[in-house]
Design a protein around this ligand. Structure first.
Ligand SMILES: C[S@@+](CC[C@H](N)C(=O)[O-])C[C@H]1O[C@@H](n2cnc3c(N)ncnc32)[C@H](O)[C@@H]1O
Length: 199
């Protein structure tokens, strides 16, 4: 599914997402784990931030200059209402060009929606956007080979793709990032989160 079609679907459930996730701790322990590896707390970017503000809250409270990026207009509108002091980018991560380096980048349950052929360039872009010692946290489909699946969520059809865990680790290594943590955190679901650090 092209990113613009993903955006339309998230527009429709953006308000529901905010109501449902504003007080949710989903992913926050993993974010705290990633933060522990950082040595600097300069800028941080939450890719596919959605509308709950929960990752950005943690990043701001931990001293980062937090920013959010999302392709869904409604997600960004709701985010701006919730956190008017934060910089938000209404962008497709496939096209967005980073203008700075980041101490931490999170992409929690967002880049798994990218078309398969966009996975590698986007992961490289995010890896390259880390400052020395910078940390990336992202989720991906935990198969060992590349693949695409379709599913339904809150009445909307979505597509998901993965390169396979080994390919993500290879791309990270090519960006001079070493894996600090990899976990099948919803096993037996093939949902994986990876923390890697620029060395
Ligand atoms: C499952 S939601 C997760 C939201 C947030 N990370 C959270 O955990 O609350 C996926 C988010 O990724 C965004 N997204 C999907 N594809 C994107 C793309 N190509 N560029 C930027 N954001 C994207 C969606 O609009 C949506 O807000």
């Amino acid at each position: 599914m092209e990113p613009n079609n993903t955006a339309v679907r998230y527009d429709r459930i953006a308000q529901w997402w905010q109501n449902q996730h504003q007080d949710s701790s989903y992913g926050l322990a993993q974010l705290e784990r990633a933060i522990k590896f950082t040595s600097k707390r300069n800028s941080a970017l939450d890719v596919g931030c959605g509308s709950s503000g929960r990752f950005i809250n943690v990043l701001s409270n931990q001293g980062f200059q937090a920013e959010g990026l999302d392709i869904s207009t409604e997600m960004i509108n709701l985010s701006k209402q919730l956190q008017p002091e934060i910089t938000f980018y209404l962008e497709d991560i496939c096209c967005w060009i980073p203008r700075k380096f980041y101490s931490l980048i999170s992409a929690w349950d967002s880049t798994f929606h990218l078309p398969l052929n966009a996975q590698e360039p986007v992961m490289k872009k995010l890896g390259d956007a880390l400052e020395p010692d910078g940390v990336i946290l992202f989720t991906c489909g935990g198969g060992h080979t590349k693949g695409e699946i379709s599913g339904s969520f809150q009445g909307q059809d979505f597509d998901y793709s993965t390169l396979g865990v080994d390919a993500f680790l290879r791309i990270l290594a090519e960006c001079h990032c070493t894996c600090r943590h990899l976990e099948y955190d919803q096993y037996p679901e093939k949902h994986v989160y990876i923390i890697a650090q620029k060395v």
